[in-house]
Design a binder for this molecule. Structure first.
Ligand code: CO
Ligand code: ZN
Length: 367
């Protein structure tokens, strides 16, 4: 790994291994504040828990939001039985397939971390047709090593406690990483790096670390309302399907080919249709500086950009995404080169975009 890879890896490791399901982002929030505090003019936390850090530009003009979400998909304990087993429900878009046989970390009300495993019948006893089926969430159970309800209580676990995958971040090969919550701690890593490396710029930058993206883009909506920005860029992951068994026409993006600049997402465009001027400007800047990029046309999923886009009188928005495999699993994979290039692209954009140009995106009086 080169120096910039090493630096990114350690920042990513810190962020990804933090515990932060939707609505319980406090550990991630602490890291974000700690990282940004010395590089911005002001920083505050709003009533939902979003972190809003402001770095003023030279011209006190247009407001640009960068948004990345702090939450990760997780679980909530819904039931504890007499034998000491737990039942959990998903918080965010979790597929049962990615949950079976995983280790999870539950945080109790008094702040302890209790480990559990998502159990299932072993193959030795499962009937062939049963083994082929993916059980539903209500059939899954969590084993925390307790043999009675009393033992569960002693460990401090109660109905309503949240959990996330229990997985560390590891290097895969020489420049790829694997772990949980790369969605969207990598967006935070890009945002933090950009703020730290930023040189002269005209626009006022609002770096926003949002809450509850995975459960309906909630934090971004209220943060954007309060800031009332002239434009916004969401930093998030996107689908990379460059794996065996998938046709090239379905890849969406590929690892290592550069950050993706989004055109459209959501089912049939119901997510975001990126502002074409922002989209074109990002491409112009990438080409000017020789930064590799991919154009992203995503068949599903969306990001904070679509909530910000529809705030108040409307906010022109685009997303810069990091191609990521196996989204919403405990073994997400991305390429550090794409992260380095995303930082370059977003940094250059902020440094080079004229305040007046950004403000002009808000509309005009027709002659
Ligand atoms: Co996600
Ligand atoms: Zn995300």
């Amino acid at each position: 790994m080169c120096a910039s890879h090493e630096e990114l890896f350690s920042l990513l490791k810190r962020l990804c291994e933090a515990w932060g399901p939707p609505g319980r982002e406090d550990s991630v929030r602490e890291i974000v504040i700690d990282e940004l505090r010395n590089y911005v003019d002001e920083i505050h936390v709003d009533s939902l828990g979003n972190v809003i850090a402001v770095k003023r530009g030279g011209r006190g003009g247009a407001k640009l939001v960068l948004a990345a979400h702090m939450d990760e998909v997780g679980f909530v304990v819904s039931h504890i039985d007499d034998k000491g087993f737990l039942r959990v429900l998903p918080v965010g878009g979790l597929h049962e397939r990615n949950v079976i046989s995983q280790r999870i970390a539950i945080r109790t009300r008094d702040g302890r971390i209790v480990r559990g495993v998502v159990g299932a019948k072993p193959p030795h006893v499962a009937k062939p047709e049963e083994a082929r089926q993916v059980p539903e969430f209500r059939e899954l159970f969590v084993d925390i090593g307790a043999s009675s309800r009393e033992e569960v209580e002693k460990l401090g676990v109660r109905v309503g406690d949240f959990a996330v995958f229990d997985r560390d971040l590891q290097l895969l090969g020489t420049k790829r990483v694997t772990g949980k919550a790369l969605d969207d701690r990598v967006g935070l890593a890009v945002m933090i790096s950009v703020v730290k490396e930023l040189e002269k710029h005209e626009v006022d930058l609002y770096a926003v670390a949002t809450v509850q993206e995975e459960v309906g883009l909630k934090g971004a909506r209220v943060a954007a309302y309060a800031i009332d920005p002239d434009a916004a860029i969401a930093l998030d992951v996107t689908i990379a399907l460059d794996v065996p068994g998938v046709g090239e026409h379905e890849y969406v993006t590929r690892l290592g080919r550069g950050p993706a600049i989004k055109v459209i997402d959501g089912r049939m465009g119901t997510g975001l249709i990126a502002n074409p001027k922002l989209f074109n400007k990002l491409i112009e800047i990438a080409e000017k500086h020789g930064i590799p990029y991919q154009v992203e046309v995503a068949p599903g999923g969306t990001t904070d950009a679509s909530a910000i886009n529809l705030t108040k009188r409307g906010v022109p928005a685009v997303t810069v995404s990091i191609p990521t495999r196996y989204l919403h699993s405990s073994v997400e994979v991305l390429d550090l080169d794409d992260v380095v290039n995303a930082v370059k692209l977003v940094k250059r954009f902020i440094e080079e975009v004229p305040s007046e140009w950004l403000a002009s995106l808000r509309g005009y009086r027709a002659k």
